[in-house]
Design a protein around this ligand. Sequence first.
Ligand code: COA
Length: 226
Amino acid sequence: MNTVQCLLRQATVGPGTDDLLGLLDPAERARAAGLRHAVSRAEFVLGRATARLLVAEGWGPAPSTITFRAVCRTCAGPHGRLEVATPDGVVHVSVSHSAGRVAVAAALGVRCGVDVEKIALRGAKPPVTALSTVERAVFDAVPPAGRTAAFVRYWTRKEAVLKATGDGLTVAPATLTVSGPTEPPRVLSWTDRPAPELPVHLSDVDAGEGFLGALATLEVPHTVIG
Ligand SMILES: CC(C)(COP(=O)(O)OP(=O)(O)OC[C@H]1O[C@@H](n2cnc3c(N)ncnc32)[C@H](O)[C@@H]1OP(=O)(O)O)[C@@H](O)C(=O)NCCC(=O)NCCS
């Protein structure tokens, strides 16, 4: 079976992040200006700048000449999964941010989704309603000290898949069952899956100390470059 090379770049928000604003187009700069939370704004700027630099490195167009296109799978509005036309064809791009960490994946002609998350809970307890019955049984058997990482592993795998399909969280993550945190990453089952039901190929990515990440492609298996 053919594989696609999926380029992956990660970066961390830092003092130089604001300098990257000049790489963004007017619409992105306007969106950045509207983000009131400084970390969210910096993550957005770093994500879009990294996406531009990655597409430029892989497929040639100068970073500032790139126009990302997004068409929402739910409402057809201009948001959601990103893609860009290049001389080689359409490059699909996925961006993720968490706690100042940014990951960007890009693949030529193949839809991809990436997710990175800090190994931490947003609330007092893991939101286990995001897990399917099968996942919940595995999760409940994890010793308490390992539960946050186990949940984040599940979450990154599921969100990478939902970002590759473009569904995002319009689809309940619990309808999708992925392999357990200590198992090789793969999709085990998906009830009420929106069409088209293209095969999903899933891998974990090394997102750095304190973070976990996953990457998915649709239809074609991937090798991760970067
Ligand atoms: C996509 C989603 C799962 C991301 O959640 P998150 O953990 O907060 O954010 P991440 O940092 O991992 O990802 C952010 C990126 O996801 C991308 N994204 C947004 N919606 C997406 C979708 N439906 N599919 C794939 N990627 C999507 C964007 O490119 C965004 O990057 P940007 O800020 O540079 O534009 C969640 O925000 C979501 O489901 N949004 C879409 C909901 C939707 O489609 N509603 C219908 C609107 S009509």
